[in-house]
Design a protein around this ligand. Structure first.
Ligand code: OOB
Length: 564
């Protein structure tokens, strides 16, 4: 059994192969290719633990063999949730080698997200960490197992009173069959199809339930190889992975996979704060990292106190959310490294500014696509192409952009057009030389400094409160995060007052990830409506932006009065 997905039309698949984008190699090749030449080279640093390419390859093979012995088979699916630890990559490659298709949930995900993923893929295996509060006890393990009868195997990183210990599997003595690890991989991956699904990426989404993105070996490997080339990665690259390891940016743009492909070193950071990252950069001579804009602000604030800590850093990639021009201009002079803007999406398309671009392109655009075969359409509300420089909705298709979300035929009808173009939900403009600038969004999502919140998902939870008759989540401006979320609610009876704390408590009880909780809650008598009877979110965004503006002016005036 293989995991279903919407394939590319045959003629395009043939074109992508002919052009050398699709090579029919499996993603596990990214570590296996170093068996001959670079096997002793340092691949991965996690705290005090260091892994050569050989160790990374062998550890993942060992785990694959253990999982095989437990009864897992090609075509099975797995739910994985690990923090930024070496085991994330060991597990990732182990599952790839075995042909088990994982969903790699973010560590910030909670009960609601994990349940939704499990429901969609019916995993046979879950690999989780007891560092997560959900897995400090076995309560949720039992609930999820009951809800998903397919879920028969639990492997856990860290101390736990359930499942099989991941450390025990990785450190156990091999039995006679598994001693010669180097001979095993060919048996393991026999029968895995490179044009089939390797793993699921997570969609930022705009709907009630988070959608899953099936990525094939062929399409993903191409994006990794091409990204590594664009970013000029080499065996000398030392990449700090400070964003969540499963995110498409830090995994493949070029991310850890790009660095492994090139034979460089990945250093793991638990979070992107200067406190955590600066000493790692100094200690391991990090040359490159990727951040979201709010982290850039923190780095710029911290750098005057940290002389010499960032000397080895050559490239800072920034993406995930819009980077303002003034922040962009400060990066080279203050952090002493080159800025590369990255505009990507887990569905596929990734754009980079190139190292030989002009300052204008570097500061004003989010780059151009990876591939000559990334097809870009920018259209107005009637679907007509807009002239260069004009804003419009971005549609795209290409050799590494999906043709459909997993198991979502209804939603796919609206997310993809008749010709297979993916409607990204971004409003962009394109320069005459093919560079994109992100100017807005037409999807119902809040981009909280790179973390995506689907409005509908939160609104559904708010409407579950009996006191709430209407709910709308919109973006509000924030100096550091770019955007934060504001929930407008209307109660069923006019004399009911719902305290923000009650609402937050309810959302927490639903098991929603913390970053999705509304940053602000406004109870109003009624919501503005559009002429067609939909909630007018544009008006709400404007209303809250003006309110914030007024409050900021007021507090500034109060401060001034206090000083004078
Ligand atoms: C990355 O991937 P996702 O799937 O978390 O989010 C994709 C969305 C885009 O559609 C766009 O709305 C926004 O995030 N975005 C940006 C941006 N990069 C992503 N908006 C403005 N400026 C940028 N530079 O976020 C992602 C995936 C791969 C590489 C980089 C980012």
């Amino acid at each position: 059994m293989s995991v279903e997905f919407t394939p590319w039309p045959a003629e395009l698949a043939e074109r992508y192969r002919k052009k050398g984008y699709w090579t029919d190699q499996l993603l596990a090749d990214i570590v296996q290719r170093h068996q001959q030449k670079n096997s002793a080279k340092l691949a991965l640093v996690c705290g005090d633990r260091k892994y050569s390419y050989q160790m990374l390859d062998q550890q993942s093979t060992k785990l694959a063999l253990h999982l095989e012995q437990m009864g897992l088979e090609k075509g099975d699916t797995a739910l994985v949730q690990l923090p930024n630890v070496a085991e994330f990559y060991i597990v990732y490659f182990a599952l790839l080698k075995l042909g088990v298709v994982p969903v790699n949930a973010l560590f910030s995900h909670n009960r609601l997200e994990l349940s939704a993923y499990a429901k969609q893929v019916s995993p046979r295996l879950a690999i989780v960490s007891s560092q997560h509060k959900l897995f400090a006890t076995d309560d949720f393990v039992r609930t999820l197992s009951e809800q998903n009868p397919s879920l028969q195997h639990w492997v856990v990183e860290g101390e736990a009173n359930f499942g099989t210990s991941l450390t025990a599997l990785l450190t156990s003595n091999q039995d006679s069959e598994t001693v010669s690890l180097n001979n095993i991989p060919s048996r393991l991956d026999a029968g895995i199809d490179a044009s089939g699904v390797a793993f699921f990426q997570l969609s930022g989404g705009s709907t009630g339930t988070p959608k899953l993105i099936p990525r094939t070996h062929n399409d993903y490997y191409y994006s990794v190889r091409a990204s590594a080339e664009i970013c000029q990665l080499s065996t000398g690259t030392v990449y700090l992975c400070a964003l969540p390891a499963p995110h498409n940016f830090s995994l493949s743009s070029p991310g850890a996979l790009g660095v492994f492909y090139a034979g460089g070193t990945v250093v793991l950071a638990s979070d992107p704060s200067p406190m955590t990252c600066f000493s790692l950069i100094k200690k391991h001579h990090v040359t490159m990292t990727s951040l979201v804009p709010p982290a850039v602000t923190l780095w710029l604030q911290a750098v005057p106190e940290s002389s010499g800590m960032l000397d080895s850093l050559q490239v800072l990639q920034v993406g995930g959310a819009r980077l303002g021009e003034s922040l962009a201009r400060r990066i080279a002079p203050e952090l002493g490294c080159q800025l590369q803007q990255v505009f990507g999406m887990a569905e596929g398309l990734v754009n980079y500014t190139r190292f030989d671009d002009s300052d204008w392109h570097r500061f004003h655009t989010q780059g151009r696509p990876i591939s000559d075969d990334d097809e870009i359409r920018i259209v107005d509300e009637d679907g007509k192409f807009v002239p260069a420089g004009e804003p419009g909705a971005l549609l795209t298709r290409g050799p590494y952009t999906i043709r459909g979300y997993f198991n979502s035929p209804g939603y796919n009808e609206q997310a993809f057009d008749d010709e297979g173009f993916y409607r990204s939900g971004d409003i962009v403009s394109m320069t005459s030389d093919g560079y994109l600038s992100v100017v807005g969004r037409d999807k119902d999502q809040i981009n909280r400094g790179g973390e995506k919140v689907a409005a509908q998902e939160i609104e559904n939870q708010l409407l579950a409160l009996t006191e709430v008759s209407q709910a709308a989540l919109v973006a509000m401006p924030d100096d550091v995060m770019g955007e934060k979320s504001c929930a407008f609610i209307v109660t069923t009876t006019t004399n009911t007052t719902l305290k923000p704390i009650t609402i937050r408590k309810h959302l927490r009880a639903c098991g929603i990830a913390e970053y999705k909780l509304p940053d602000r809650i406004e109870q109003v008598a009624a919501l503005p409506m559009t002429p067609v009877g939909k909630i007018d979110k544009k008006a709400l965004r404007q209303q809250i932006a003006e309110q914030i503006n007024r409050q900021q002016t007021q507090s500034l005036n109060t401060k001034k009065d206090a000083i004078s």
